[in-house]
Design a protein around this ligand. Sequence first.
Ligand SMILES: NC(=O)c1ccc[n+]([C@@H]2O[C@H](COP(=O)([O-])OP(=O)(O)OC[C@H]3O[C@@H](n4cnc5c(N)ncnc54)[C@H](O)[C@@H]3O)[C@@H](O)[C@H]2O)c1
Length: 367
Amino acid sequence: MHSHFDPERKKILVTGGAGFLGSHLCGQLLAQGHAVLCLDNYFTGSKENIRPLLDHPLFEAIRHDIVHPIDLEVHQIYNLACPASPVHYQFDPVRTVQANVLGVTHMLELARRTKARILQASTSEVYGDPKVHPQPESYWGNVNPIGLRSCYDEGKRVAETLMMDYHRQYQVDIRIIRIFNTYGPRMALNDGRVVSNFILQALQGKEITVYGDGSQTRSFCYVDDLIEGMIRMMETPGLTGPVNLGNPGEFTVLELAEKIIALTGSRSKIVYRPLPQDDPTQRRPDITLAKQALSWEPTIRLEAGLKRTIDYFEQSLLGQKEMTVRSAARPVRAKQNGNGDSIPLPKTATPPRSASRLPNGAVRRAS
Ligand SMILES: NC(=O)c1ccc[n+]([C@@H]2O[C@H](COP(=O)([O-])OP(=O)(O)OC[C@H]3O[C@@H](n4cnc5c(N)ncnc54)[C@H](O)[C@@H]3O)[C@@H](O)[C@H]2O)c1
């Protein structure tokens, strides 16, 4: 029998590997010749995202929730498992905190036992509604500990604390990156984030909802740039971080809406709605450290990234439409899911992601 054993090859665990960023990371690590173990509970991720990888001999997918311990043999761990958009992380806030406290502890215990290097996907949300602009890593943030977003913001902050304490107390080899808004193909269509909301609304000819007066700013990093930075961080010796990764180009939300309308050729009109609670007014990374320590900076311009993302959304919407037409035209029958269980075929199309578990139409906006 053909064996893929190679003592030189790294075995890399990617938690949240079936999600937006995770699936791109898995693909890139496989392309670099590593063996990849993708772990996911498929809450917001989907098998669709990793389908092109499933036949790869060095790729393996495990269904598991990191709030429970797991024992594996790995050389590196990228910990991405956590719902990332407000509509998803507020769906079950207690679970979100648990993913960041219990889940991160389990991954750190795994790293401690196997002596694996572990990278934590932290977030710009640890800066909260920042009083310092742009945000360097030395800024401690301005976070509401009891607000609706705190399950995520404070969860990610305590995850950083756990990483640092395992490092200081048990010498675990850690890496922390703080990811700023990242977008690209395989973002969940219904994740309520500003890029996906606007693209969806523009493509469907619906009103484009801008919250507040649209003068709040955001920075948008294309996924390929982010993955490159993430891998560089993992491979850079002696650097624990945190290191900001994001695109320092700053745009108002209104500018983003206008760009998307222009790129899609949509006739959608912009409408204004009240700002949600704890919505940051400015968000832009200071990436001086990433430039110095990782020789990294984003290279993909917003228009180019948006075009690729719009193409993906168009294809996904088309796929959903075809599914609706096909399933309406045939009787409901059972089909096999990936685990061999029999599951009923939906009467109408559902989005490819398990986000369809969310309350109906619960697309709220987010940063
Ligand atoms: N995309 C961004 O702009 C951004 C910004 C800052 C931080 N991040 C962080 O990067 C990581 C990935 O984000 P994403 O945008 O790809 O989101 P995503 O929702 O597409 O991916 C998260 C993945 O983790 C899985 N997951 C969630 N909880 C889990 C659990 N308890 N056990 C196992 N799997 C679980 C989900 O099913 C999904 O596949 C997250 O940790 C997020 O906080 C992302």
